[in-house]
Write a new protein. Sequence first.
Lengths: 252, 388
Amino acid sequence: MFTNSIETRELTKKFGSFTAVNRISFEVKQSEVFGFLGANGAGKTTAMRMLTGLLLPSSGQARVAGFDVYTQPEQIKRSIGYMSQKFSLYQDLTPTENIQFFGGIYGLSYKEIRRQSKELIGKLGMEKIAKKRVGDLPLGWKQRLAFSLALLHKPKIVFLDEPTSGVDPLTRRAFWEYIHQEASEGTTIFITTHYMDEAEYCHRLSIMVAGRIEALGKPSELRKEFQTENMDQLFLKLSQKDLVRQNAARTN
Amino acid sequence: MRSILFFVHKELLQIFRNKAMLPLLFVMPIIQLLILSHVATNEVKNLQLGVRDLSHGLLSQRLINKMTSTGYFVIPSDKPGSKLARAASLKNQREIDQALDADQVDLVMIIPEDFEQNLRMGGSTEIQLLVNAINSMKAGVATTYAGSIIADFQKELREDGIIPSKKEAIRLAMPQVEIRYSHWFNPELTYKTFMVPGILALLVSMLTLLLGAMNVVREREIGTIEQIEVSPVKTPVFILGKLLPLLLIGLAELSLGLFIAKVLFHTPMEGPLVVLYVFSALTIVALLSLGLLISNMSETQQQAMFIAWFFMIIFVLMSGLFTPIESMPPWAQKLTYINPIAQLVSIVRLNMLKGSSWAELWPHFRLMLSLDLLYGLFAMAMFKKRSN
Protein backbone atom coordinates (compact mmCIF):
# COMPACT_ATOMS: atom_id res chain seq x y z
CA MET A 1 0.00 0.00 0.00
CA PHE A 2 1.40 3.33 -1.02
CA THR A 3 0.16 6.55 0.37
CA ASN A 4 3.32 8.36 -0.65
CA SER A 5 3.76 9.60 -4.22
CA ILE A 6 7.53 9.28 -4.10
CA GLU A 7 9.62 7.17 -1.76
CA THR A 8 13.37 6.68 -1.87
CA ARG A 9 15.63 4.58 0.36
CA GLU A 10 19.39 5.08 0.16
CA LEU A 11 19.08 5.93 -3.52
CA THR A 12 22.55 6.18 -5.05
CA LYS A 13 24.03 6.89 -8.46
CA LYS A 14 27.70 6.50 -9.22
CA PHE A 15 29.44 7.49 -12.44
CA GLY A 16 32.73 5.60 -12.25
CA SER A 17 34.35 6.64 -8.98
CA PHE A 18 32.24 9.78 -8.69
CA THR A 19 29.14 9.53 -6.53
CA ALA A 20 26.63 11.98 -7.96
CA VAL A 21 23.80 10.99 -5.63
CA ASN A 22 24.79 9.58 -2.26
CA ARG A 23 22.21 7.45 -0.40
CA ILE A 24 19.33 9.86 -0.36
CA SER A 25 16.10 8.91 1.42
CA PHE A 26 12.90 10.93 1.46
CA GLU A 27 9.16 10.72 0.93
CA VAL A 28 6.77 13.01 -0.86
CA LYS A 29 3.09 12.75 0.04
CA GLN A 30 0.26 13.03 -2.38
CA SER A 31 -0.84 16.58 -3.15
CA GLU A 32 2.31 17.97 -1.59
CA VAL A 33 4.48 20.73 -3.09
CA PHE A 34 7.97 19.38 -2.52
CA GLY A 35 10.98 21.60 -3.16
CA PHE A 36 14.17 19.90 -4.26
CA LEU A 37 16.96 22.41 -3.70
CA GLY A 38 20.70 22.38 -4.14
CA ALA A 39 23.55 24.16 -5.85
CA ASN A 40 24.50 23.35 -9.42
CA GLY A 41 26.28 20.02 -9.49
CA ALA A 42 24.84 18.93 -6.14
CA GLY A 43 23.14 15.98 -7.84
CA LYS A 44 19.61 17.33 -8.29
CA THR A 45 19.37 16.57 -11.97
CA THR A 46 20.78 13.08 -11.57
CA ALA A 47 18.29 12.32 -8.80
CA MET A 48 15.47 13.66 -10.91
CA ARG A 49 16.53 11.58 -13.92
CA MET A 50 16.37 8.46 -11.76
CA LEU A 51 12.92 9.35 -10.47
CA THR A 52 11.56 10.03 -13.96
CA GLY A 53 12.73 6.66 -15.27
CA LEU A 54 15.49 8.05 -17.50
CA LEU A 55 18.44 6.74 -15.52
CA LEU A 56 18.92 3.50 -13.62
CA PRO A 57 20.16 3.91 -10.02
CA SER A 58 23.40 2.22 -8.92
CA SER A 59 21.86 1.08 -5.65
CA GLY A 60 19.06 1.84 -3.22
CA GLN A 61 15.35 1.85 -3.83
CA ALA A 62 12.81 4.26 -5.21
CA ARG A 63 9.14 4.12 -6.02
CA VAL A 64 7.32 6.76 -7.99
CA ALA A 65 3.51 6.71 -8.07
CA GLY A 66 3.81 3.23 -6.59
CA PHE A 67 6.04 1.92 -9.40
CA ASP A 68 9.56 0.66 -9.05
CA VAL A 69 12.24 2.70 -10.86
CA TYR A 70 14.21 -0.43 -11.79
CA THR A 71 11.45 -2.56 -13.23
CA GLN A 72 8.56 -0.27 -14.15
CA PRO A 73 9.97 2.82 -15.90
CA GLU A 74 7.23 2.68 -18.54
CA GLN A 75 4.46 2.84 -15.93
CA ILE A 76 6.29 5.68 -14.20
CA LYS A 77 6.53 7.64 -17.44
CA ARG A 78 2.80 7.25 -17.95
CA SER A 79 2.04 8.56 -14.44
CA ILE A 80 4.24 11.63 -14.42
CA GLY A 81 4.37 14.99 -16.11
CA TYR A 82 7.60 16.84 -16.76
CA MET A 83 8.52 20.41 -17.48
CA SER A 84 12.08 21.66 -17.81
CA GLN A 85 13.64 25.08 -17.53
CA LYS A 86 13.89 25.19 -21.31
CA PHE A 87 10.07 25.11 -21.60
CA SER A 88 10.62 22.36 -24.14
CA LEU A 89 7.84 23.15 -26.53
CA TYR A 90 8.21 23.12 -30.28
CA GLN A 91 8.97 26.76 -31.02
CA ASP A 92 7.96 26.50 -34.66
CA LEU A 93 4.53 25.06 -33.86
CA THR A 94 1.50 26.91 -32.53
CA PRO A 95 0.14 26.27 -29.00
CA THR A 96 -2.68 24.18 -30.48
CA GLU A 97 -0.25 22.07 -32.51
CA ASN A 98 1.90 21.51 -29.43
CA ILE A 99 -1.14 20.40 -27.45
CA GLN A 100 -2.11 18.06 -30.27
CA PHE A 101 1.31 16.45 -30.47
CA PHE A 102 1.91 15.94 -26.76
CA GLY A 103 -1.66 14.80 -26.25
CA GLY A 104 -1.18 12.35 -29.09
CA ILE A 105 2.01 10.77 -27.82
CA TYR A 106 0.44 10.26 -24.38
CA GLY A 107 -2.34 8.32 -26.09
CA LEU A 108 -5.21 10.78 -25.72
CA SER A 109 -8.06 10.27 -28.19
CA TYR A 110 -8.66 12.83 -30.95
CA LYS A 111 -11.87 13.82 -29.25
CA GLU A 112 -10.13 14.27 -25.94
CA ILE A 113 -7.33 16.28 -27.58
CA ARG A 114 -9.83 18.62 -29.24
CA ARG A 115 -11.74 19.08 -26.00
CA GLN A 116 -8.61 19.64 -23.89
CA SER A 117 -7.04 21.98 -26.40
CA LYS A 118 -10.16 24.16 -26.52
CA GLU A 119 -10.45 24.15 -22.76
CA LEU A 120 -6.77 24.91 -22.24
CA ILE A 121 -6.62 27.73 -24.77
CA GLY A 122 -9.68 29.23 -23.08
CA LYS A 123 -8.29 28.79 -19.58
CA LEU A 124 -4.97 30.37 -20.51
CA GLY A 125 -6.69 33.17 -22.41
CA MET A 126 -4.71 32.28 -25.51
CA GLU A 127 -7.55 32.51 -28.05
CA LYS A 128 -5.90 35.38 -29.88
CA ILE A 129 -2.48 33.79 -30.10
CA ALA A 130 -3.50 30.18 -30.59
CA LYS A 131 -2.41 30.47 -34.22
CA LYS A 132 0.94 32.11 -33.47
CA ARG A 133 4.16 30.18 -33.19
CA VAL A 134 5.26 29.42 -29.66
CA GLY A 135 8.67 30.95 -30.43
CA ASP A 136 7.00 34.33 -30.84
CA LEU A 137 5.24 34.24 -27.45
CA PRO A 138 6.51 36.02 -24.33
CA LEU A 139 8.35 33.85 -21.81
CA GLY A 140 5.52 33.93 -19.27
CA TRP A 141 3.06 32.49 -21.77
CA LYS A 142 5.50 29.80 -22.81
CA GLN A 143 5.98 28.84 -19.19
CA ARG A 144 2.26 28.52 -18.52
CA LEU A 145 1.73 26.59 -21.72
CA ALA A 146 4.57 24.21 -20.89
CA PHE A 147 3.10 23.66 -17.43
CA SER A 148 -0.34 22.97 -18.85
CA LEU A 149 1.15 20.52 -21.33
CA ALA A 150 2.91 18.66 -18.54
CA LEU A 151 -0.52 18.22 -16.94
CA LEU A 152 -2.35 17.31 -20.15
CA HIS A 153 -2.54 13.57 -19.51
CA LYS A 154 -3.58 14.10 -15.88
CA PRO A 155 -0.40 12.77 -14.25
CA LYS A 156 -0.29 11.94 -10.55
CA ILE A 157 3.05 13.68 -10.11
CA VAL A 158 4.59 16.60 -11.98
CA PHE A 159 8.34 17.14 -12.05
CA LEU A 160 9.28 20.75 -12.59
CA ASP A 161 12.96 21.37 -13.31
CA GLU A 162 13.74 25.01 -12.51
CA PRO A 163 10.50 26.13 -14.13
CA THR A 164 10.92 29.76 -13.07
CA SER A 165 14.46 30.44 -14.24
CA GLY A 166 14.75 33.55 -16.34
CA VAL A 167 11.20 34.68 -15.63
CA ASP A 168 10.40 38.06 -14.05
CA PRO A 169 9.33 38.14 -10.34
CA LEU A 170 5.70 38.96 -11.07
CA THR A 171 5.32 36.05 -13.46
CA ARG A 172 7.13 33.81 -11.01
CA ARG A 173 4.63 34.68 -8.27
CA ALA A 174 1.74 33.98 -10.58
CA PHE A 175 3.28 30.69 -11.55
CA TRP A 176 3.49 29.57 -7.94
CA GLU A 177 -0.21 30.24 -7.65
CA TYR A 178 -0.91 27.83 -10.50
CA ILE A 179 1.30 25.27 -8.81
CA HIS A 180 -0.62 25.48 -5.55
CA GLN A 181 -3.91 25.43 -7.40
CA GLU A 182 -2.86 22.23 -9.12
CA ALA A 183 -1.61 20.67 -5.87
CA SER A 184 -4.88 21.45 -4.14
CA GLU A 185 -6.60 19.40 -6.83
CA GLY A 186 -4.55 16.36 -5.83
CA THR A 187 -1.45 16.49 -8.04
CA THR A 188 1.89 16.03 -6.35
CA ILE A 189 4.46 18.66 -7.31
CA PHE A 190 8.18 17.93 -7.28
CA ILE A 191 10.03 21.13 -8.07
CA THR A 192 13.66 22.22 -8.25
CA THR A 193 14.61 25.86 -8.04
CA HIS A 194 17.55 28.23 -7.74
CA TYR A 195 15.58 30.94 -6.04
CA MET A 196 15.75 30.58 -2.28
CA ASP A 197 12.78 32.88 -1.72
CA GLU A 198 10.70 30.34 -3.63
CA ALA A 199 11.61 27.69 -1.10
CA GLU A 200 9.16 29.37 1.27
CA TYR A 201 6.31 28.50 -1.13
CA CYS A 202 6.98 24.77 -0.72
CA HIS A 203 5.15 22.60 1.78
CA ARG A 204 8.32 20.72 2.46
CA LEU A 205 11.78 20.76 0.96
CA SER A 206 15.15 19.10 0.87
CA ILE A 207 18.53 20.68 0.28
CA MET A 208 21.21 18.65 -1.46
CA VAL A 209 24.88 19.35 -0.94
CA ALA A 210 27.49 17.29 -2.78
CA GLY A 211 25.17 14.37 -3.48
CA ARG A 212 23.64 14.15 0.01
CA ILE A 213 20.45 15.53 1.46
CA GLU A 214 21.67 17.83 4.23
CA ALA A 215 18.33 19.31 5.23
CA LEU A 216 14.79 18.00 4.97
CA GLY A 217 11.55 19.35 6.37
CA LYS A 218 9.07 22.25 6.41
CA PRO A 219 10.61 25.68 5.75
CA SER A 220 9.72 26.87 9.26
CA GLU A 221 11.19 23.77 10.87
CA LEU A 222 14.40 24.12 8.91
CA ARG A 223 14.80 27.75 9.87
CA LYS A 224 14.45 26.74 13.52
CA GLU A 225 16.75 23.75 13.21
CA PHE A 226 19.57 25.68 11.59
CA GLN A 227 18.81 28.92 13.45
CA THR A 228 18.64 31.13 10.40
CA GLU A 229 16.23 33.91 9.48
CA ASN A 230 15.65 32.88 5.91
CA MET A 231 16.39 30.21 3.36
CA ASP A 232 19.20 32.17 1.78
CA GLN A 233 21.18 32.08 4.99
CA LEU A 234 20.35 28.44 5.52
CA PHE A 235 21.63 27.61 2.09
CA LEU A 236 24.85 29.54 2.61
CA LYS A 237 25.40 27.87 5.95
CA LEU A 238 25.08 24.42 4.42
CA SER A 239 27.38 25.28 1.53
CA GLN A 240 30.02 26.65 3.89
CA LYS A 241 29.83 23.51 5.99
CA ASP A 242 30.52 21.58 2.82
CA LEU A 243 33.48 23.82 1.94
CA VAL A 244 35.00 23.32 5.40
CA ARG A 245 34.58 19.58 5.01
CA GLN A 246 36.19 19.62 1.59
CA ASN A 247 39.16 21.62 2.85
CA ALA A 248 39.55 19.25 5.78
CA ALA A 249 39.54 16.32 3.39
CA ARG A 250 42.20 17.99 1.28
CA THR A 251 44.54 18.72 4.21
CA ASN A 252 44.20 15.14 5.39
CA MET B 1 1.67 2.77 -32.91
CA ARG B 2 -0.91 5.51 -33.16
CA SER B 3 1.72 7.92 -31.82
CA ILE B 4 3.64 7.54 -35.09
CA LEU B 5 0.89 9.50 -36.86
CA PHE B 6 1.33 12.37 -34.44
CA PHE B 7 5.07 12.34 -35.07
CA VAL B 8 4.62 12.33 -38.84
CA HIS B 9 2.15 15.19 -38.65
CA LYS B 10 4.42 17.20 -36.37
CA GLU B 11 7.54 16.61 -38.47
CA LEU B 12 5.82 17.59 -41.71
CA LEU B 13 4.44 20.74 -40.10
CA GLN B 14 7.92 21.68 -38.92
CA ILE B 15 9.64 20.92 -42.20
CA PHE B 16 7.21 22.94 -44.29
CA ARG B 17 7.22 25.79 -41.81
CA ASN B 18 10.99 26.09 -42.17
CA LYS B 19 11.56 28.97 -44.57
CA ALA B 20 14.78 27.55 -45.98
CA MET B 21 13.20 24.19 -46.65
CA LEU B 22 10.86 24.78 -49.55
CA PRO B 23 13.40 26.54 -51.78
CA LEU B 24 15.84 23.79 -50.90
CA LEU B 25 13.37 21.10 -51.88
CA PHE B 26 12.30 22.68 -55.13
CA VAL B 27 15.21 24.77 -56.33
CA MET B 28 18.01 22.35 -55.48
CA PRO B 29 16.93 19.56 -57.83
CA ILE B 30 16.39 21.93 -60.73
CA ILE B 31 19.76 23.60 -60.33
CA GLN B 32 21.60 20.37 -59.76
CA LEU B 33 20.07 18.65 -62.75
CA LEU B 34 20.43 21.64 -65.04
CA ILE B 35 24.01 22.46 -64.19
CA LEU B 36 25.56 19.15 -63.24
CA SER B 37 24.17 17.22 -66.18
CA HIS B 38 25.99 19.60 -68.51
CA VAL B 39 29.29 19.74 -66.72
CA ALA B 40 29.61 16.26 -65.27
CA THR B 41 30.86 14.59 -68.39
CA ASN B 42 33.86 12.51 -69.38
CA GLU B 43 33.74 13.85 -72.88
CA VAL B 44 36.81 15.99 -73.52
CA LYS B 45 36.54 18.87 -75.93
CA ASN B 46 38.61 21.91 -76.90
CA LEU B 47 41.95 20.34 -76.11
CA GLN B 48 44.66 22.95 -76.64
CA LEU B 49 46.96 21.75 -79.39
CA GLY B 50 50.46 23.08 -79.93
CA VAL B 51 52.15 22.32 -83.20
CA ARG B 52 55.72 22.38 -84.31
CA ASP B 53 55.64 21.81 -88.02
CA LEU B 54 59.17 21.25 -89.39
CA SER B 55 57.87 19.84 -92.65
CA HIS B 56 56.01 22.96 -93.84
CA GLY B 57 54.31 20.89 -96.51
CA LEU B 58 50.84 20.37 -97.85
CA LEU B 59 50.40 17.10 -96.04
CA SER B 60 51.42 18.43 -92.66
CA GLN B 61 49.00 21.33 -93.10
CA ARG B 62 46.29 18.88 -94.07
CA LEU B 63 46.92 16.85 -90.94
CA ILE B 64 46.76 19.95 -88.75
CA ASN B 65 43.53 21.06 -90.37
CA LYS B 66 42.12 17.62 -89.84
CA MET B 67 42.99 17.72 -86.16
CA THR B 68 41.35 21.07 -85.59
CA SER B 69 38.30 20.44 -87.73
CA THR B 70 37.08 17.68 -85.41
CA GLY B 71 36.30 20.11 -82.63
CA TYR B 72 38.33 18.13 -80.14
CA PHE B 73 41.48 20.17 -80.67
CA VAL B 74 42.03 23.87 -81.01
CA ILE B 75 45.27 25.70 -81.62
CA PRO B 76 45.70 28.47 -79.09
CA SER B 77 46.76 31.67 -80.68
CA ASP B 78 47.99 34.91 -79.25
CA LYS B 79 46.40 36.74 -82.14
CA PRO B 80 42.65 36.33 -81.90
CA GLY B 81 40.98 35.41 -85.16
CA SER B 82 44.06 33.72 -86.54
CA LYS B 83 43.25 30.27 -85.26
CA LEU B 84 44.04 28.64 -88.54
CA ALA B 85 47.25 30.56 -88.89
CA ARG B 86 50.25 28.93 -90.46
CA ALA B 87 51.00 26.04 -88.25
CA ALA B 88 54.49 26.86 -87.14
CA SER B 89 53.03 28.13 -83.89
CA LEU B 90 55.88 26.78 -81.75
CA LYS B 91 59.25 27.64 -83.15
CA ASN B 92 61.68 25.65 -81.08
CA GLN B 93 62.05 23.23 -78.20
CA ARG B 94 62.18 26.07 -75.69
CA GLU B 95 58.82 27.39 -76.80
CA ILE B 96 57.40 23.89 -76.53
CA ASP B 97 58.70 23.54 -72.98
CA GLN B 98 57.33 26.94 -72.06
CA ALA B 99 53.91 26.23 -73.51
CA LEU B 100 53.67 22.94 -71.59
CA ASP B 101 55.00 24.47 -68.38
CA ALA B 102 52.57 27.35 -68.54
CA ASP B 103 49.69 24.96 -69.14
CA GLN B 104 48.92 26.72 -72.44
CA VAL B 105 48.69 23.46 -74.33
CA ASP B 106 47.45 19.97 -73.51
CA LEU B 107 49.22 18.31 -76.36
CA VAL B 108 52.12 19.18 -78.65
CA MET B 109 52.46 17.55 -82.05
CA ILE B 110 55.90 17.61 -83.67
CA ILE B 111 55.92 16.88 -87.38
CA PRO B 112 59.42 15.99 -88.68
CA GLU B 113 61.13 17.68 -91.62
CA ASP B 114 60.99 14.62 -93.88
CA PHE B 115 57.33 13.89 -93.09
CA GLU B 116 55.88 14.57 -96.53
CA GLN B 117 58.84 13.19 -98.41
CA ASN B 118 58.76 9.90 -96.55
CA LEU B 119 55.04 9.47 -97.00
CA ARG B 120 55.12 10.13 -100.70
CA MET B 121 58.00 7.74 -101.12
CA GLY B 122 55.97 5.10 -99.38
CA GLY B 123 58.30 4.95 -96.44
CA SER B 124 57.38 5.23 -92.80
CA THR B 125 57.52 8.36 -90.73
CA GLU B 126 57.03 9.32 -87.13
CA ILE B 127 55.04 12.03 -85.43
CA GLN B 128 55.92 12.94 -81.88
CA LEU B 129 53.13 13.73 -79.40
CA LEU B 130 53.99 15.40 -76.11
CA VAL B 131 51.09 15.14 -73.70
CA ASN B 132 50.49 17.22 -70.61
CA ALA B 133 49.48 14.44 -68.20
CA ILE B 134 48.65 16.47 -65.09
CA ASN B 135 45.11 15.27 -65.55
CA SER B 136 45.75 11.67 -66.52
CA MET B 137 42.22 11.08 -67.71
CA LYS B 138 42.31 14.06 -70.03
CA ALA B 139 45.74 13.02 -71.29
CA GLY B 140 44.49 9.54 -72.06
CA VAL B 141 41.54 10.86 -73.96
CA ALA B 142 43.75 13.32 -75.87
CA THR B 143 46.15 10.59 -77.06
CA THR B 144 43.29 8.33 -78.05
CA TYR B 145 41.64 11.07 -80.08
CA ALA B 146 44.90 12.12 -81.71
CA GLY B 147 45.73 8.50 -82.51
CA SER B 148 42.47 7.83 -84.23
CA ILE B 149 42.57 11.09 -86.18
CA ILE B 150 46.06 10.27 -87.42
CA ALA B 151 44.99 6.75 -88.38
CA ASP B 152 42.08 8.20 -90.26
CA PHE B 153 44.43 10.65 -91.97
CA GLN B 154 46.56 7.74 -93.16
CA LYS B 155 43.56 5.97 -94.57
CA GLU B 156 42.51 9.09 -96.46
CA LEU B 157 45.96 9.46 -97.98
CA ARG B 158 45.78 5.92 -99.27
CA GLU B 159 42.35 6.38 -100.71
CA ASP B 160 43.47 9.59 -102.42
CA GLY B 161 46.37 7.74 -103.89
CA ILE B 162 48.95 9.93 -102.25
CA ILE B 163 50.64 6.93 -100.72
CA PRO B 164 52.05 4.92 -103.69
CA SER B 165 50.04 2.02 -105.04
CA LYS B 166 52.75 -0.47 -104.26
CA LYS B 167 52.06 0.17 -100.61
CA GLU B 168 48.32 0.09 -101.27
CA ALA B 169 48.60 -3.34 -102.83
CA ILE B 170 50.33 -4.67 -99.78
CA ARG B 171 47.64 -3.19 -97.57
CA LEU B 172 44.86 -4.78 -99.59
CA ALA B 173 46.59 -8.11 -99.51
CA MET B 174 46.69 -8.09 -95.73
CA PRO B 175 43.58 -9.20 -93.93
CA GLN B 176 42.20 -6.36 -91.89
CA VAL B 177 39.87 -6.42 -88.91
CA GLU B 178 37.76 -3.38 -88.64
CA ILE B 179 35.81 -2.87 -85.45
CA ARG B 180 32.27 -1.60 -85.66
CA TYR B 181 30.55 -0.52 -82.48
CA SER B 182 26.93 -0.74 -81.50
CA HIS B 183 26.23 0.99 -78.21
CA TRP B 184 23.38 -0.63 -76.40
CA PHE B 185 21.08 1.21 -73.98
CA ASN B 186 22.55 4.58 -74.95
CA PRO B 187 23.02 4.31 -78.71
CA GLU B 188 24.32 7.81 -79.27
CA LEU B 189 26.53 7.72 -76.18
CA THR B 190 25.06 10.97 -74.93
CA TYR B 191 26.49 11.87 -71.58
CA LYS B 192 23.33 13.55 -70.42
CA THR B 193 21.37 10.34 -70.81
CA PHE B 194 23.97 8.65 -68.66
CA MET B 195 24.42 11.40 -66.08
CA VAL B 196 20.86 12.57 -65.40
CA PRO B 197 19.70 9.35 -63.70
CA GLY B 198 22.88 9.28 -61.63
CA ILE B 199 22.54 12.88 -60.55
CA LEU B 200 18.93 12.21 -59.68
CA ALA B 201 20.05 9.42 -57.35
CA LEU B 202 22.66 11.70 -55.82
CA LEU B 203 20.15 14.46 -55.26
CA VAL B 204 17.71 12.28 -53.37
CA SER B 205 20.52 10.69 -51.33
CA MET B 206 22.15 13.93 -50.28
CA LEU B 207 18.90 15.49 -49.21
CA THR B 208 17.76 12.57 -47.09
CA LEU B 209 21.12 11.94 -45.42
CA LEU B 210 21.37 15.59 -44.42
CA LEU B 211 17.76 15.88 -43.28
CA GLY B 212 18.20 12.78 -41.15
CA ALA B 213 21.46 13.96 -39.65
CA MET B 214 20.13 17.37 -38.72
CA ASN B 215 16.87 16.16 -37.25
CA VAL B 216 17.33 14.58 -33.83
CA VAL B 217 20.25 16.76 -32.87
CA ARG B 218 18.09 19.79 -33.48
CA GLU B 219 15.60 18.52 -30.92
CA ARG B 220 18.49 17.95 -28.56
CA GLU B 221 19.75 21.50 -29.03
CA ILE B 222 16.31 22.96 -28.39
CA GLY B 223 15.65 20.58 -25.52
CA THR B 224 12.43 19.06 -26.78
CA ILE B 225 14.06 15.63 -26.83
CA GLU B 226 13.91 15.53 -23.00
CA GLN B 227 10.19 16.04 -23.20
CA ILE B 228 9.93 13.03 -25.50
CA GLU B 229 12.25 10.95 -23.34
CA VAL B 230 10.11 11.37 -20.23
CA SER B 231 7.02 10.41 -22.21
CA PRO B 232 6.03 6.75 -22.68
CA VAL B 233 6.98 6.87 -26.39
CA LYS B 234 9.08 3.82 -27.29
CA THR B 235 12.31 4.04 -29.29
CA PRO B 236 11.03 2.28 -32.46
CA VAL B 237 8.03 4.61 -32.52
CA PHE B 238 10.30 7.61 -32.18
CA ILE B 239 12.67 6.43 -34.93
CA LEU B 240 9.82 5.51 -37.28
CA GLY B 241 8.09 8.79 -36.52
CA LYS B 242 11.25 10.58 -37.62
CA LEU B 243 11.88 8.34 -40.59
CA LEU B 244 8.51 8.25 -42.32
CA PRO B 245 8.01 11.97 -42.97
CA LEU B 246 11.55 12.30 -44.30
CA LEU B 247 10.98 9.25 -46.50
CA LEU B 248 7.91 10.94 -47.94
CA ILE B 249 9.95 14.04 -48.69
CA GLY B 250 12.69 11.99 -50.32
CA LEU B 251 10.17 10.30 -52.60
CA ALA B 252 8.56 13.64 -53.46
CA GLU B 253 12.01 14.92 -54.38
CA LEU B 254 12.55 11.86 -56.58
CA SER B 255 9.26 12.51 -58.36
CA LEU B 256 10.17 16.11 -59.01
CA GLY B 257 13.57 15.03 -60.34
CA LEU B 258 12.02 12.41 -62.62
CA PHE B 259 9.63 14.99 -63.95
CA ILE B 260 12.46 17.39 -64.78
CA ALA B 261 14.49 14.59 -66.34
CA LYS B 262 11.57 13.63 -68.55
CA VAL B 263 10.53 17.11 -69.60
CA LEU B 264 13.89 18.82 -69.98
CA PHE B 265 16.28 16.00 -70.84
CA HIS B 266 13.98 13.42 -72.39
CA THR B 267 15.80 10.85 -70.31
CA PRO B 268 14.61 7.38 -71.23
CA MET B 269 12.61 5.57 -68.57
CA GLU B 270 12.67 2.03 -69.84
CA GLY B 271 12.07 0.16 -66.61
CA PRO B 272 8.95 0.02 -64.46
CA LEU B 273 8.82 3.11 -62.26
CA VAL B 274 7.46 1.13 -59.33
CA VAL B 275 10.77 -0.74 -59.13
CA LEU B 276 12.60 2.56 -59.09
CA TYR B 277 10.37 3.90 -56.33
CA VAL B 278 10.58 0.82 -54.13
CA PHE B 279 14.35 0.68 -54.44
CA SER B 280 14.69 4.41 -53.79
CA ALA B 281 12.51 4.06 -50.70
CA LEU B 282 14.77 1.30 -49.38
CA THR B 283 17.86 3.40 -50.06
CA ILE B 284 16.34 6.41 -48.38
CA VAL B 285 15.56 4.33 -45.29
CA ALA B 286 19.20 3.22 -45.10
CA LEU B 287 20.47 6.78 -45.52
CA LEU B 288 18.00 8.18 -43.03
CA SER B 289 18.96 5.56 -40.46
CA LEU B 290 22.57 6.51 -40.95
CA GLY B 291 21.60 10.18 -40.69
CA LEU B 292 19.68 9.61 -37.45
CA LEU B 293 22.63 7.63 -36.13
CA ILE B 294 24.93 10.59 -36.84
CA SER B 295 22.38 12.94 -35.34
CA ASN B 296 22.19 10.84 -32.23
CA MET B 297 25.92 10.80 -31.72
CA SER B 298 26.27 14.57 -32.15
CA GLU B 299 25.85 17.28 -29.57
CA THR B 300 25.26 20.14 -31.99
CA GLN B 301 23.86 20.56 -35.47
CA GLN B 302 27.27 21.77 -36.60
CA GLN B 303 28.90 18.55 -35.49
CA ALA B 304 26.22 16.51 -37.20
CA MET B 305 26.72 18.50 -40.38
CA PHE B 306 30.45 17.81 -40.48
CA ILE B 307 30.07 14.09 -39.85
CA ALA B 308 27.31 13.87 -42.44
CA TRP B 309 29.55 15.62 -44.98
CA PHE B 310 32.36 13.21 -44.24
CA PHE B 311 30.15 10.26 -45.16
CA MET B 312 28.59 12.12 -48.03
CA ILE B 313 31.89 12.91 -49.77
CA ILE B 314 33.09 9.32 -49.45
CA PHE B 315 29.78 7.87 -50.54
CA VAL B 316 29.44 10.21 -53.50
CA LEU B 317 33.00 9.90 -54.79
CA MET B 318 32.81 6.13 -54.47
CA SER B 319 29.33 5.90 -55.90
CA GLY B 320 30.35 5.24 -59.48
CA LEU B 321 28.63 8.42 -60.56
CA PHE B 322 31.77 10.07 -61.88
CA THR B 323 34.22 7.20 -62.15
CA PRO B 324 33.31 3.62 -62.97
CA ILE B 325 33.31 1.32 -59.93
CA GLU B 326 34.96 -1.39 -62.06
CA SER B 327 38.14 0.67 -62.28
CA MET B 328 38.50 1.02 -58.51
CA PRO B 329 40.86 -1.28 -56.60
CA PRO B 330 39.17 -4.48 -55.36
CA TRP B 331 38.95 -3.37 -51.71
CA ALA B 332 37.25 -0.15 -52.77
CA GLN B 333 34.82 -2.09 -54.93
CA LYS B 334 33.85 -4.13 -51.87
CA LEU B 335 33.14 -0.92 -49.97
CA THR B 336 30.42 -0.04 -52.44
CA TYR B 337 28.34 -2.86 -50.97
CA ILE B 338 27.72 -0.80 -47.83
CA ASN B 339 27.41 2.45 -49.76
CA PRO B 340 23.70 3.08 -50.35
CA ILE B 341 24.41 5.89 -52.80
CA ALA B 342 26.49 3.58 -55.04
CA GLN B 343 23.68 1.06 -55.04
CA LEU B 344 21.09 3.67 -55.91
CA VAL B 345 23.17 5.22 -58.70
CA SER B 346 23.63 1.88 -60.41
CA ILE B 347 20.01 0.80 -59.93
CA VAL B 348 18.62 4.07 -61.25
CA ARG B 349 20.78 3.72 -64.35
CA LEU B 350 19.94 0.06 -64.85
CA ASN B 351 16.25 0.72 -64.40
CA MET B 352 15.92 3.87 -66.47
CA LEU B 353 18.36 3.15 -69.30
CA LYS B 354 18.34 -0.61 -69.51
CA GLY B 355 14.83 -1.30 -68.29
CA SER B 356 15.84 -3.71 -65.54
CA SER B 357 13.04 -4.96 -63.35
CA TRP B 358 12.50 -7.08 -60.22
CA ALA B 359 14.13 -10.25 -61.48
CA GLU B 360 17.42 -8.69 -62.61
CA LEU B 361 17.65 -6.38 -59.65
CA TRP B 362 16.73 -8.88 -56.95
CA PRO B 363 20.32 -9.26 -55.63
CA HIS B 364 20.48 -5.48 -55.24
CA PHE B 365 17.17 -5.47 -53.38
CA ARG B 366 18.42 -8.13 -51.04
CA LEU B 367 21.58 -6.16 -50.37
CA MET B 368 19.70 -2.93 -49.72
CA LEU B 369 17.30 -4.66 -47.34
CA SER B 370 20.26 -5.88 -45.32
CA LEU B 371 21.69 -2.36 -45.28
CA ASP B 372 18.34 -1.07 -43.99
CA LEU B 373 18.42 -3.63 -41.25
CA LEU B 374 22.06 -2.94 -40.42
CA TYR B 375 21.82 0.84 -40.24
CA GLY B 376 18.32 0.83 -38.75
CA LEU B 377 19.13 -1.48 -35.87
CA PHE B 378 22.37 0.37 -35.23
CA ALA B 379 20.52 3.69 -35.08
CA MET B 380 18.00 2.24 -32.66
CA ALA B 381 20.64 0.64 -30.45
CA MET B 382 22.58 3.88 -30.21
CA PHE B 383 19.46 5.81 -29.35
CA LYS B 384 18.62 3.39 -26.54
CA LYS B 385 22.15 3.52 -25.25
CA ARG B 386 22.17 7.26 -25.21
CA SER B 387 18.93 7.61 -23.28
CA ASN B 388 20.21 5.31 -20.55
